[in-house]
Design a binder for this molecule. Structure first.
Ligand code: RP5
Length: 195
């Protein structure tokens, strides 16, 4: 591949326009959270992450980028994330999952890793690869599965809520609703099984 073709491949056609970094219009809300996944096959497994961010009114963008298939893309995107207003990065990957660690190596923003289930070891490999970062480059790792993806979003929201009182109160309301759900279930159980 010649150099010109390589640049087009990396950055898209057009004068210096990068396809890695989204072009914002004035109508587009600045994303505060970036959700990256290593493959589109990860999407159904981390859907609850995007659902939770949306439910609590957090602006986010979702991208497919791979630490081993598109390493240059990850570097460019993550390297410019803070300057574009991103405050927290969530990175989901399966297998020998190094996406979150690689993201963390390119930024000082907090990075949350979601180990994605699947493959021969069904997520155990991704869990260990994501959580066992050597000292110095932290990745806050959540659990494997849909609950982990939800927690990644909630953790990102807690970080953002440190400087956003309205978001903090939406987060508190969400937690209160989760508590109420348990109380309602307990009451229903008492009714069903009381003599
Ligand atoms: C990882 O490899 C991805 O995050 C995904 O979980 C896994 C399999 O990817 P595909 O082969 O389905 O694209 O990089």
């Amino acid at each position: 591949m010649d150099v010109r073709k390589w640049k087009e491949y990396r950055h898209g056609r057009g004068a210096g326009v990068s396809r890695v970094v989204p072009q914002k219009t004035r109508k587009t809300k600045m994303a505060q959270v970036a959700v990256l996944m290593g493959s589109s096959s990860d999407l159904p497994k981390i859907q609850s992450c995007m659902d939770t961010l949306k439910k609590l009114g957090v602006s986010f963008e979702v991208r497919v980028m791979s630490a081993h298939r598109t390493p240059d893309m990850v570097k460019e995107y993550i390297g410019g994330a803070a300057a574009r207003g991103i405050r927290v990065i969530i990175a989901a990957a399966g297998g020998a999952a190094h996406l979150a660690g690689v993201c963390a190596s390119h930024t000082i923003l907090p990075v949350i890793g979601i180990p994605v289930e699947g493959g021969a070891l069904n997520g155990m490999d991704a869990l260990l690869a994501t959580v066992q970062m050597p000292g110095g480059i932290p990745v806050a790792t959540v659990g494997v599965g849909s609950g982990g993806a939800t927690n990644a979003a909630l953790l990102a929201i807690q970080i953002l809520a440190l400087n956003d009182a309205e978001l903090a109160s939406r987060f508190a309301a969400d937690r209160a609703a989760r508590r109420q759900k348990v109380l309602d279930a307990d009451e229903a159980m008492l009714k069903q099984y009381s003599n």
